[in-house]
Design a protein around this ligand. Structure first.
Ligand code: PGA
Length: 251
């Protein structure tokens, strides 16, 4: 399995010219990389201006709507993203859970529509600092995985097309990453829960990524040292040089 490196630009940059520049810089340097899959999750508004895709370089979105489409002002559907050429969509990011009150039920509806639109969902889960201190991490994982994956079957490889990003809220944007050994432990716990929900064969196919203050210095530790299957990169993905370095470190 090739490592999956996902850039999450969040609500950046502010102009199309900057977005294109960043996209093209990264594209030029990573398009020929064979042993990693790179996904750029840009704001919706820029997606249609990025024409180029290759087998190792793909487009993704940061969110999608929980209904198929219709009279829902301001929303973007999974099908629209797929028709635009997106291959991935981030679902249930902690910033969406926190600032947009997304529940596991909403996240589950989005995830199922993403799968039916042939997108590969990247389901984000993770505990807050408080939950970790209170020893609730496993309970949080269970709730978020059971809720997020409810009625997602294993037929037609539905679940195995889903990636799980372990993103502890306390490590996101803080410069205080979860260390690789701990991320590995959390990855094993996630896999154990998925095995219980499905079976070993299905669970084996699910890629587990780490996200939270990833940079070019720590990137390799998560993938090469402890064997996670990829990274979700926020802040560092806005700096082309740094992001390219991350991709090179793990590929
Ligand atoms: P960060 O964000 O790399 O800036 O910590 C990661 C994320 O939120 O996906």
């Amino acid at each position: 399995m090739k490592p999956l490196i996902v850039a999450n630009w969040k609500c950046n940059p502010m102009t199309q010219a900057e977005a294109k520049r960043l996209f093209n810089l990264v594209r030029r340097r990573v398009k020929n990389i064979k042993n990693a899959e790179v996904v750029i999750c840009s704001p919706f508004v820029y997606l249609s201006s990025f024409k180029f895709q290759a087998s190792s370089f793909k487009l993704g979105a940061q969110n999608c709507f929980w209904e198929k489409g219709g009279a829902y002002t301001g929303e973007v559907s999974a099908k629209q993203l797929s028709n635009l050429g997106c291959k991935y969509v981030i679902i249930g990011h902690s910033e969406r859970r926190r600032y947009f009150a997304e529940t596991d039920e909403i996240i589950n509806r989005k995830l199922k529509l993403a799968l039916s639109a042939k997108l590969n969902p990247i389901l984000c889960i993770g505990e807050t600092k408080k939950e970790r201190e209170q020893g609730k991490t496993e309970r949080v994982f269970k709730k978020q995985l059971e809720g997020g994956l409810e009625k997602v079957s294993n037929s037609r490889f539905q679940v195995s097309r889903t990636c799980i990003a372990y993103e502890p809220a306390w490590a996101i944007g803080t410069g205080n990453p979860c260390d690789a050994e701990e991320a590995q432990k959390m990855g094993l716990l996630i896999r154990k829960i998925i095995t219980k929900l499905y079976n070993k064969a299905a669970s084996k196919k699910v890629r587990i990524l780490y996200g939270g203050s990833v940079n070019s210095k720590n990137a390799a530790s998560y993938v090469k040292e402890v064997g996670l299957q990829g990274l979700l990169v926020g802040g560092a993905s806005l700096n082309a040089k740094e992001f390219i370095k991350i991709v090179k470190e793990v590929s």
